[in-house]
Design a protein. Sequence first.
Length: 103
Amino acid sequence: MTDFKGTPGPWFVEGSGVNALVRTHDDFAIVAKRHRLPGDVHEANARLIALAPEMRDALEALLTEAEDVFVCMADATGIDRHNLPGPFRVARVVLSRAAGADQ
């Protein structure tokens, strides 16, 4: 997995509408709070933010599996195993940025 230095998940949405907050699993920190948005937009953003740690982990796992399959297919067909498809490279950059790398 990527060396993520942020607040570990899981995160949860507490409250609703403009009062929705994203908190950590131990209720230690408020991860996100935003004002001046319509309540439904604010709550939708909070739900998305709350899922970020799980989405990061899922992307990492999926990408690792997909890269392994690509390498096997490349070896079987003789194509360049180091020429990963664009979406693979983009996903690696996104994971690197999530871990704090400057891109």
